[in-house]
Design a protein around this ligand. Structure first.
Ligand code: TNX
Length: 524
């Protein structure tokens, strides 16, 4: 039962076991009350055990569970001890205790992950052991693109649970793109009235009869967002919102045509984009656009307490700016070298704007082009190069190279693979991903905050398909982000696969539609 994923730093097992029964109590002090509530709720569901409240630690007793803070430990570090006194989880902060509680859930076996107990009369045993554990990185992320395909709120909450079960703690929420605007902005209602729907979308596997055209859309109200952020916080996950500028903005331009380069094209003729790829219709670099997006970000800041706010910055073709008299005048007026300078000015504006409000800007690695804004951090997606350059210049970096951790890319060769995007990134490839490139000195490497896996959803129209692409690779990613693994060549992928056998049973209990390790594949 100690086939844990992600692997903890150390496990020392002894003979014997704690048996949780209907008499077992759960004790949490004030600081760990939230974790206690979460643990009691999920374990009641899966095991049927009432886990009544203990009034003090001793009250939890030899067959109970205690949660408490040990200030000697780091904020996300925990120690789980199971012995004759019962089960004690101690963390440096509530987050550490929460990760320890996730470990306990895995130790109880796969059925503990169910929504209702299979039977009432079984015993729930945890072997005597001591686990000491702490994450390697503070940023262990998952990016979900809800713009290309909208994921209804329930699905997002489910992903937050799945992230928590894998000890991931940053949810990068890609809320806007050419194909859809997914967050209600009160002062600009057309963003969702117009921008959240497209008349036509291609969906399904290209080679299957599911390939059809139909309308698509949806968005989160501000209360939905508050609920998502609060649900994430209960799971010690930070939600980092992304509003993508100045490219990937056709949905916004379709809603408010004055945001586009009106002296180059008739932006009133644009609708929310119904194709995939890099879109030429980008924001106009005008004061009007800046004021409009300051309004958007004001509402975004009210909803998301995260330190970082993502402004995209990726794939912004400069052709319209080259042809626009307004953009060219801006370049001259600001004394910029070229259109790259204009993009850098645009991002720099929001860097200063966010910094003045106590936040930090993060953007895709294109924000390096034309000069990186002072306090900005970088999501390095086109390989490691952007991240290396940024870290050397003293900027923080999240490593998410598409060559390793793009989960929209296919996971095996062969025509039967249901998602046709990209290159082959196998489970083993993800397991051998190293977020810190060896080129960095230890000093520079400190700027690597961590890593994230990215789920772009052009060809994932529902949660089954998202599950298929995400799993099992997200489990390998979680281990890379959490566990102190050796260099890629020395990683024990056979040992990982062995533990995955147990982990598939947990994913089954959770109802995750992962890619099965041996066929048949779904949708054939
Ligand atoms: C590149 S990664 C994009 C996305 C696409 C993705 C498909 C990035 C910052 N931009 O817009 O969805 O490739 O893999």
């Amino acid at each position: 039962m100690t086939e844990l994923i992600p692997a903890p730093r150390s496990v020392v097992a002894g003979p014997g076991e704690v048996r949780l029964t209907e008499h077992s109590r759960l004790y949490a002090d004030t600081a760990t009350e939230g974790v206690g509530h979460w643990l009691r709720t999920v374990l009641r569901q899966g095991t049927g055990l009432p886990l009544r409240e203990g009034r003090e630690l001793e009250d939890a007793g030899g067959d109970g569970v205690g949660l408490r803070i040990d200030p000697e430990l780091g904020p996300e570090e925990y120690r789980l001890v199971s012995n004759g006194d019962g089960i004690l989880i101690e963390g440096g902060g509530p987050a550490g205790v929460f990760w320890g509680a996730q470990t306990l859930r895995q130790l109880l076996g796969p059925d503990a992950f169910r929504r209702a107990p299979l039977r009432r009369d079984r015993a729930w045993a945890v072997p005597y052991l001591t686990i000491e554990d702490a994450p390697r990185f503070r940023w262990r992320g998952l990016m979900l693109d809800v713009a290309r395909h909208f994921m209804p709120k329930e699905g997002v909450l489910r992903y937050l649970d799945l992230m928590a079960a894998h000890k991931l703690n940053v949810f990068h929420f890609h809320l806007t793109d050419d194909q859809g605007w997914r967050i209600e902005i009160k002062r600009h209602p057309r963003l969702t009235e117009i921008g959240s729907w497209r008349a036509r979308t291609k969906t399904g596997h290209r080679a299957s009869p599911l390939w059809e055209e139909k309308p698509h859309g949806g968005y989160y109200t501000q209360d939905d967002i508050r609920e998502i952020v609060s649900y994430a916080a209960e799971r010690h996950i930070t939600v980092v919102p992304e509003i993508d500028v100045p490219g990937h903005s056709q949905a916004a331009i379709a809603a408010y045509p004055e945001l586009g380069n009106t002296d180059v094209i008739d932006t009133t003729a644009l609708s929310v984009w119904d194709t995939w790829g890099i879109n030429p219709n980008v924001l106009a670099p005008t004061d009007n656009t800046l004021r409009f997006y300051e309004g958007v970000f004001e509402e975004v800041l009210e909803l998301f307490p995260s330190e970082f706010v993502h402004v995209g910055g990726d794939e912004c073709p400069k052709d319209q700016w080259r042809r626009s008299a307004t953009a060219q005048a801006r370049i001259r007026e600001l004394g910029l070298a070229d259109e790259d300078g204009l993009q850098s000015w645009f991002i720099g504006h929001f860097d200063a704007w966010l910094t003045a409000r106590g936040r930090r800007l993060i953007g895709w690695d294109e924000i390096l082009e034309g000069g990186l804004a002072e306090g900005a951090a970088v999501s390095s997606w086109r390989g490691y190069a952007g991240g290396i350059a940024a870290a050397r210049a003293g900027h923080d970096v999240v490593m998410c190279p598409e060559q390793q951790v793009y989960l929209d890319h296919r996971q095996a060769p062969g025509p039967e693979e249901p998602v046709p995007i990209g290159w082959v990134r196998t489970l083993e490839d993800v397991y051998r991903f190293e977020p810190v490139p060896p080129e960095l000195t230890p000093e520079e490497a400190r700027h690597v905050l961590g890593s994230q896996a990215n789920l772009w959803t052009e060809v994932m129209e529902d949660h089954a398909r998202v599950d298929y692409q995400a799993f099992p690779r997200l489990a390998a990613f979680a281990e890379v982000a959490w566990s102190a693994l050796p260099a890629p060549a020395e990683r024990d992928s056979a040992g990982f696969e062995h533990r995955m056998a147990a982990h598939y049973r947990r994913l089954d209990a959770l109802g995750v539609a992962y890619r099965p390790p041996a066929g048949p594949l779904p949708w054939q």
